[in-house]
Every structure is written in C-alpha cells, then in structure tokens.
Design a protein around this ligand. Structure first.
Ligand SMILES: [Zn+2]
Length: 285
C-alpha cells in the first residue's frame, strides 16, 4: 500500500538532528504556541485596562460628594472635570488610604484624592512617586505620632525615615479644610504641596519640579518680603507661613487654592507667581 511521502523538518542542521518533527507536528506546535500567546496577551490586556478602570471608577455617589464638598472641582469646565475625576481614580488605585483608630469613609477618600490632584492638576503627567500610603488619624497628633499625647499639635505630616512615602493627616482637619468654604487654609493641600516640594529631594520651599529657573530668584524675593510682613503683623497670610520657606510655600498654596480671588486682590504678585508655578489659575467662588 502507498503510505505517502513523510516530510521531515530538521530544526538543527549544523549537528546531527536532535529533534525531528513531521509537518503536522510543526503545525500543531505553532498553533498551540499562538493560542498560548493569545491567552497571555488577553490576560495582560484585561488586567491593565478594562477591569481595573471599571473597579476604580468613582461611583455616582462619590461624584456627588465631590460636587458637594470641593468648590475647586465645580468651577472646572466639563472636559477638565472628566480629567480631574480620571486622575483621582488613578491616585486612589495606586495609593492606600488607611484609618488608624478611625474608619475611612467614602468622603475621606474623595477629599484625600482631590487634595492630591488640585496642586498638580496643571501637570498632566504628574505621578506622586514619593507616596504609597496616606494614614488618617482621628485628630491632631504629636511629633512621635502619638495620638494620646498632651502635645498634640500636628495636623498633617509628610513622613521621613521609617515613614518615608507615607503621609499622615488628621481626618478632622482633612474634612475641616473643605467644610470651611471661606477659609484660606486646607491641611491636606498643604501636605501635598510639601510632597511636591520634596520631589527634588528637599522640602525647602523651592519646588524645582514646578518652578523654572528664571522664577527662582523672584520667588525667593517674594517669600522673604512676605515673611517679613507676617513677622511685623502686617499680613493676612497664616502666620505659620513665617516658620521657614517650605512652610511659606505650603501656606501660600493653601491660600491660592482656597481663595484665589482674595489672594489675587490682596497679593497680586504672589498670585501671579503661584499661578506660573502651579500652571493654573484656579477659580473658587
Ligand atoms: Zn507644613
């Protein structure tokens, strides 16, 4: 009987062949490899895109909280609102928010994420590379993070040493910063500005990641004159800003994002330079 010609494919031809496959076997191997590749790519693609985004998407209830508590968001146009929410989702998907002796409620997650995005909204590709986790304490704590200590004055801190890549916030202050609509202070925004300042390695009030070189000297000049005015009791800027250059930056940024209208009216030069630094002109009615 005629058996047909059996074709062999020699994979290795420099030496005596180690493996010999028939055409059918080669076809099967190629098909199996392609199927496996397809499955691997499908799993990878599914992991990186639709499911994560779907899981992290802010719910309608969360968007309602944002609208209710964050005037900055309400003043954005529709396209910017969408972008803002998208970046909050990304922040929440990549940063843990943990309560220490306090329950983290949806409002807290929204306020932390909004505070993170507000200062860097003018920088489209910004990532907080120096932050993994935000710890929420019920209220003020002291320098050793002891919540029961008699000297509980700290309301927020950007961690160093063992607390590297961690931010600690008083939950009470986090909420207070957004409840008080006419105030010039916001602890969470203050701490995120420190974190932005820290990107160049130092919390020194000169955020090199934000400030182009030509503005550094004018900025330092403004910081000095404003600190002098605070010290002479001739300024409406939070006196805590006179502590040092880093605190001045954080305090001035709070004012800029909370009451841009008032800052522009009372401190036009400061407003001008901060809007260049943060690449935005926030509007809050
Ligand atoms: Zn500070």
């Amino acid at each position: 009987m005629f058996h047909g010609k059996k074709l062999n494919v020699f994979i290795l031809f420099m030496q005596p062949p180690l493996f010999i496959f028939t055409i059918m076997e080669v076809i099967v191997i190629v098909l199996v490899t392609l199927a496996a590749l397809f499955l691997i790519l499908k799993v990878l693609f599914t992991k990186q895109h639709p499911k994560v985004v779907e899981k992290d998407r802010l719910s309608n209830e969360e968007i309602a909280l944002l609208e209710l508590h964050v005037p900055y968001y309400n003043e954005l146009n529709e396209a910017d609102k969408e972008e803002f929410v998208h970046r909050m989702q990304h922040f929440l998907a990549t940063t843990r928010i943990t309560g220490v002796n306090v329950e983290v409620e949806p409002i807290d997650r929204i306020l932390v994420a909004a505070s993170a995005i507000i200062p860097i909204f003018g920088f489209k590709d910004w990532e907080y590379i120096n932050l993994n986790e935000v710890l929420l304490y019920p209220d003020a704590f002291d320098e050793t993070f002891d919540q029961a200590s008699a000297d509980r004055t700290t309301l927020g801190v950007v961690g160093t040493g063992p607390y590297q890549n961690i931010m600690i916030l008083s939950r009470h202050e986090l909420r207070q910063g957004f409840i008080n609509k006419t105030g010039k202070t916001n602890t969470a925004i203050h701490e995120f500005v420190h974190l932005v300042d820290k990107t160049d390695g130092e919390v020194d009030g000169v955020p090199e990641a934000l400030l182009s070189k030509k503005y550094v000297l004018p900025w330092l000049d403004l910081v000095r004159t404003n600190i002098e005015r605070i010290q002479k009791n001739k300024s409406d800027i939070n006196p805590y800003g006179a502590t040092n250059k880093a605190e001045f930056l954080a305090v001035a940024a709070e004012y800029f994002f909370e009451r841009p209208d008032l800052l522009q009216e009372k401190h036009p030069e400061l407003y001008e330079l901060l809007s260049k630094m943060f690449r935005q002109e926030p509007k809050v009615e």
